[in-house]
Design a protein around this ligand. Structure first.
Ligand code: ZN
Length: 266
C-alpha cells in the first residue's frame, strides 16, 4: 500500500516536471477554439486547430500581452504551421499563424505557454503573420516588407495572394486580438520602447527586459536578434480595427443600472 502510494507520488512529480513543463506531444484545442469558431467561421476565414509540438505551462502567470511576429525565413503560412507541428522538441511555437489571405490556424490554447518570445512567453499570446518585416528597401533583395501594402507597394513575390492580402490578414488578426483583449483584459495599446542589452565578449547580455502589457512586437522584447513585425507594422490601424469589434456597453444594461440607482451620484 505504502509502495503504491509512493509510486503514485513519484509518478505525479515526474509528470509535473516532464509532462507539464516540457512538451507533451501535440497541443490540444481548448475553449478558445470553440469560442473563436463562433467568431471566425461566421465570415470568410478558414479556421482550424493543428496542435503544435512544443508548449508548456504558464504556472499561473496572467496573460497581459500579445506578441506580434512575422514568419520571415520560415516561409509562407503552410510551411510555418508544418514547422511548429513537426519540428524538434526544443523548437518554437506560437498560438496562431495567420496567412496573407486571412486563413488562420490555432496551434496552442491560450491557457498554455507557446514558445515564441523568450522571457515574454509566460505572459503573452504569440501570433505569427505570414510575411516579412523589413522596414527598408534593399534593391538587391527581392523580399518585400509585408506591411508596405499599406503604402501601396507591389505584391510580395514570395507569398503571392489573390486579392487584397493585407486587408484580409489584418481583419483576421483584429478578430483574434479582439477576443483575447476582452477575455484577458489586455490593454488595447501599443507601448513604446524595447529591452536594453549589450554585448560582452561576443555574447548578448540583457540589461533591462521590456516589461509592458498590451500589443507588442517581438523586436521590442528581443531586440538583439529580432526586428519583427517591423517598423512598418500598422499598430494604429490594428488597434482601431480591434476597437470596432468590441461592443460598447449596451444601452439596455445602462438603463437597468440607472433604474437600480447604481449610476446615481450622491
Ligand atoms: Zn518573431
Amino acid at each position: 500500500m505504502r509502495i503504491t502510494l509512493m509510486r503514485c507520488v513519484l509518478l505525479l512529480c515526474v509528470s509535473i516536471v516532464f509532462g507539464m513543463e516540457q512538451a507533451r506531444g501535440f497541443e490540444e484545442a481548448g475553449s478558445d477554439f470553440a469560442d473563436l469558431q463562433q467568431i471566425l467561421n461566421k465570415g470568410w476565414q478558414e479556421f482550424e486547430f493543428k496542435g503544435a509540438k512544443n508548449a508548456s505551462n504558464r504556472w499561473g502567470t496572467k496573460v497581459d500581452s500579445i506578441v506580434m511576429h512575422t514568419t520571415e525565413g520560415s516561409g509562407v503560412y503552410e510551411n510555418t504551421v508544418r514547422w511548429f507541428r513537426n519540428s524538434g522538441n526544443n523548437s518554437n511555437s506560437a498560438h496562431f499563424v495567420i496567412a496573407r489571405d486571412g486563413r488562420v490556424t490555432q496551434m496552442v490554447d491560450s491557457t498554455r505557454r507557446a514558445w515564441h518570445g523568450t522571457y515574454y512567453n509566460r505572459r503573452s499570446i504569440g501570433i505569427e503573420m505570414s510575411g516579412f518585416s523589413r522596414g527598408h528597401v534593399d534593391p538587391n533583395d527581392d523580399r518585400v516588407d509585408t506591411w508596405r501594402y499599406e503604402v501601396g507597394e507591389p505584391e510580395d513575390v514570395h507569398d503571392p495572394t489573390p486579392g487584397d492580402g493585407y486587408r484580409s490578414n489584418l481583419d483576421t488578426l483584429a478578430d483574434v486580438v479582439a477576443y483575447y483583449v476582452q477575455r484577458y483584459d489586455i490593454p488595447l495599446i501599443h507601448p513604446e520602447g524595447e529591452a536594453a542589452w549589450h554585448k560582452e565578449n561576443g555574447e548578448v547580455v540583457r540589461d533591462i527586459d521590456f516589461n509592458q502589457a498590451g500589443l507588442v512586437g517581438h523586436g521590442q522584447v528581443q531586440p538583439w536578434n529580432r526586428r519583427d513585425p517591423g517598423a512598418m507594422f500598422p499598430w494604429e490601424e490594428l488597434i482601431s480595427r480591434v476597437e470596432s469589434r468590441i461592443p460598447e456597453p449596451s444601452v439596455g444594461i445602462l438603463m437597468l443600472l440607472g433604474g437600480l440607482g447604481l449610476l446615481r451620484r450622491k
